[in-house]
Design a protein around this ligand. Structure first.
Ligand code: ASP
Length: 293
């Protein structure tokens, strides 16, 4: 008989927070389909007894492959120079192992790149061509930079620049993990790094809580948002209160966004201060629940 406390596995995903753009209604069903698919992919990993890190990564990889509606991997927003620069990070709560990559231009799955840093490198964050090279050496598919640039983004058919993706998971052994992947902010300067690949800003997981953020990245960095939420939980705040207070602090810096947070006891919070946030939840044995806005 295992002495491990068995808990009911949970996974949450987000598909970015931002303005309620006019085209949102037309693409709501497609966004919900993409989030539902990501939840089922991550949930299947948890059902098989997989750990939270594998599940969060699987859900994010699924959303990175969605090219029309989400701002990660192919179909990311464009920098002011017309190129795509992608970033991602992930963290395992049990031992706070973390990996991140920024300014990727050729790696098909930035979150797989972040996992390669966690597994294969003594470092936490690698950026630029050397990061793409490590991803290549780790067997992550490389594509020419033009592959990531979609006509929809070039013609700005997607009016709001949102669609960063993230996942947080709780596995049956009580382990937590968080993962976030993005093309950044529309029109960003080449070389700009937002909160998504920064541990403690856009992504955090420890023994008590896992967090993935989306929104105006500069403010989430200045608020140390993901870690701020974790610190509030350590200080005794309930998860929902800690999540709301963190977004209030981000708002005090003049910015909006949202986050998904999961506690080791299965508590869930998915607040947003932006007009809309795509999000969803999967629990073992239950139907997935998704909202495009
Ligand atoms: N937080 C992301 C960034 O600033 C953008 C987003 O979540 O929409 O890079």
């Amino acid at each position: 008989v295992s002495t491990l406390r068995r808990v009911q596995p949970v996974i949450l995903v987000h598909g970015g927070a931002g303005a309620r753009a006019p085209e949102l209604a037309a693409r709501a069903a497609a966004i919900e389909r993409a989030l539902g698919e990501a939840l089922r992919r991550g949930g299947a990993a948890l059902d098989r007894g997989g750990d939270a890190l594998d599940a969060a990564q699987a859900a994010v990889m699924c959303m990175e492959d969605e090219a029309d509606f989400l701002n990660a991997g192919r179909g990311s927003v464009l920098c002011s120079d017309g190129g795509v620069e992608m970033s991602a990070s992930l963290m395992r709560g049990r031992d706070r192992a973390a990996g991140a990559m920024a300014l990727l231009r050729t790696s098909r799955s930035p979150i797989a790149g972040a996992r390669a840093v966690l597994e294969r490198s003594p470092h936490v964050l690698l950026a630029g061509p050397a990061a793409d090279a490590l991803a290549d050496a780790a067997g992550i598919e490389q594509r020419p930079p033009a592959y990531f640039i979609t006509e929809r983004q070039q013609r700005r058919l997607v009016q709001d620049g949102r669609g960063t993706v993230g996942a947080v998971a709780l596995d049956g052994a009580g382990g937590l993990a968080a993962a976030t992947s993005t093309g950044g902010a529309r029109g960003q300067a080449a070389g700009r790094i937002g909160d998504s690949p920064l541990i403690g800003a856009g992504t955090w997981a420890d023994g008590r809580v896992a967090v993935s953020c989306t929104g105006d990245g500069e403010a989430f960095i200045r608020a140390a948002a993901a870690h701020q939420l974790a610190g509030r939980v350590v200080a005794g705040e309930a998860l929902a209160a800690a999540a709301a207070a963190t977004l209030d602090d981000v708002a005090s810096l003049g910015a909006r966004g949202g986050l998904i947070a999961l506690g080791a006891d299965g508590a869930v919070a998915m607040p947003f201060s932006a007009e809309a946030m795509a999000r969803g939840v999967w629990r073992a044995g239950a139907e997935v629940e998704v909202h495009a806005a």
